[in-house]
Design a protein around this ligand. Structure first.
Ligand SMILES: Nc1ncnc2c1ncn2[C@@H]1O[C@H](COP(=O)(O)OP(=O)(O)OP(=O)(O)O)[C@@H](O)[C@H]1O
Ligand SMILES: [Mg+2]
Length: 514
């Protein structure tokens, strides 16, 4: 035994001696090259192959990294002996995180996949306007070389799909905004909060047939990967929601996100200064998301637009590049152009990601630049209108607890329902107005609350009728005055003509006299 320890000690001594010689004789570059060659030789003879999945690809966040993290933390968490736990602010679920060098083993189609998570510090960065995060994170996947054709890329597809499904099921969606201090100089220009809006298509008050049409359209889109690939179209869709305030445009967006399980990017256009900032924001959005620009008409600077339009050029492209949010503020002049915005939704940059929905909302569709609303740009124009009777029925269900049987018009409520149906269109109340009345009366008995609603609707309808009648009366008065004026004018014209003809004769006579 003693001999063994003596031999080991002398072996280590020899190794240390050679190491010091190598360090003294070989320069650093040569040593690094030697290490690389050693790794290369090792990999050539190894039965395994390795794949590194980093958190960024240098510019964009790597969706695969996020998917792997979610997949491993939810699917394989039970097989790991040590994991870090976290729960996001306002989030309803716990997330298992992986620390440095954590190792997880997964199996797919009978093959073993070993994952190792590595967190290293990024080497000191040179000055940059867009610094990267301090930590560099990556997953390393190790599989047997012989399994490679069997499980790649199917395994990665499986991970992406599972992560998507997990996200959808967790109902933990995010609402990203660029207006809450998200700085363009930072790595991630969007600030995020958990998205908890409870609006769904079920609670949304609108005609069921139109609702179904929209839901079918969304579903077709979400499942339409093959269709978009086959037709060579970018996998994105645009919706323009327009209508008066309080008709449910924002509620519809929330319902869309909840229906599809997508995140929302709420883009505050007035916070974006240049087209390149806009493009960068777009690049930092993930797929399976809804990118929203609310009140698009208010984001457009019509003064600048018209001044540009006043230029002699009649070229339609000049119209397209009209300034949107421009403000002449010297060096920091804002230079977002309409063409920049259209590129954002339509152009090549809009495709740097997939499965994305663009939603614009406006109260004044007539104020929008024709370039924005021309057919083909926004795939679907959805008019959110005043509360109709079918929409009212949904609100009565939501707020007062009426059920389908009570609303089918064959029960003791049928009279009340008929009366509501008679006045609802004339009252022209928005779903938000109706909701207010119902909220105020929600503690009362259903029928009493509905009767109160009827009174409000009736009063409003009558007021509108009176207004119309008065307006019509004023119009008739105006018309009568107009007619009188015309009659008077025609009489005076006739006498003028008589005078003229007399004068004419006099002139002629005069001429003749001359
Ligand atoms: N169609 C609807 N279905 C259910 N609730 C609605 C609907 N429309 C409005 N509401 C209610 O009114 C409130 C305001 O609606 P919402 O913010 O969606 O309107 P909007 O059309 O986006 O208005 P604005 O044009 O002012 O942004 C919502 O919180 C919701 O409770
Ligand atoms: Mg809104």
């Amino acid at each position: 035994m003693k001999e063994f320890w003596t031999a080991l000690a002398s072996l280590m001594g020899v190794f240390a001696f050679f190491q010091s010689i190598v360090h003294a004789v070989l320069p650093l570059e040569l040593r690094l090259a030697a290490v690389k060659i050693f790794h290369w030789v090792f990999r050539c003879f190894s039965t395994y192959c390795y794949f590194d999945i980093t958190d960024t690809d240098g510019v964009n966040t790597n969706e695969l990294y996020d998917a792997v993290q979610l997949y491993l933390s939810r699917s394989a968490s039970f097989s790991a002996s040590r994991l870090s736990l976290s729960r996001g602010l306002n989030s309803s679920t716990f997330t298992f995180g992986l620390s440095n060098n954590d190792r997880l083993v997964d199996t797919f189609r009978g093959a073993t996949a070993t994952w190792v998570h590595a967190v290293t510090q990024r080497q000191s960065q040179t000055f940059s306007l867009h610094p990267l995060p301090e930590d560099k994170r990556s997953f390393s996947l190790r599989i047997k070389k012989k399994d490679r054709p069997l499980i790649l890329p199917a395994y990665l597809d499986h991970i992406m799909e599972t992560a998507t499904e997990l996200r959808r099921r967790s109902k933990d969606r995010l609402l990203h905004t660029n207006s809450r201090g998200g700085s363009m100089d930072r790595w991630f220009p969007w600030e995020s909060v958990p998205f908890k809006h409870p609006s769904t298509f079920e609670t949304l008050a609108m005609d069921p047939s139109r609702k179904e049409l929209i839901m079918a359209d969304l579903k077709y889109f979400a499942e339409g990967k093959a269709f978009y690939e086959k037709t060579g179209r970018a996998w994105k869709r645009g919706y323009l929601l327009y209508g008066p305030p309080g008709t449910g445009k924002s509620s519809m967006i929330a319902a869309m996100a909840n229906y599809l399980g997508y995140d929302i990017y709420d883009l505050e256009l007035t916070e974006v200064r240049t087209n390149s900032e806009l493009r960068k924001l777009l690049m930092k959005t993930t797929s399976k998301s809804i990118i929203v620009i609310e009140d698009i008409d208010c984001s457009l600077n019509l003064t600048n637009r018209s001044s540009k339009k006043a230029s002699p050029s009649t070229d339609s492209s000049s119209d397209l590049s009209s300034v949107v949010g421009s403000e002449d503020v010297g060096a920091g002049a804002k230079t977002i152009t309409l063409s920049g915005l259209l590129n954002f939704t339509d152009g090549l940059w809009s495709c740097c990601g997939s499965e994305r929905i663009f939603v614009f909302t406006t109260n004044h569709i007539e104020k929008l630049d024709p370039a924005l609303v021309r057919s083909g740009r926004m795939d679907m124009h959805i008019h959110m209108s005043h509360c109709s009777f079918p929409a009212l029925q949904i609100l009565m269900k939501n707020y007062l607890g009426f059920d389908d049987g009570e609303l089918d018009g064959k029960t003791e409520n049928s009279d009340l329902l008929r009366q509501l149906e008679e006045v609802i269109d004339e009252a022209e109340l928005t779903p938000a107005d109706v909701s207010e009345v119902l909220i105020k009366n929600r503690r009362r008995e259903k029928a009493a609350a509905a009767a109160e609603l009827h009174d409000v609707l009736k009063e409003r309808a009558e007021r509108r009728m009176n207004k119309k009648r008065n307006a019509a009366g004023e119009e008739t008065e105006e018309e009568e005055e107009e007619q009188e004026k015309r009659a008077l004018e025609s009489t005076s014209n006739k006498s003028d003509q008589v005078l003229d003809s007399c004068n004419g004769k006099a002139e002629q006579g005069k001429v003749e006299q001359v």
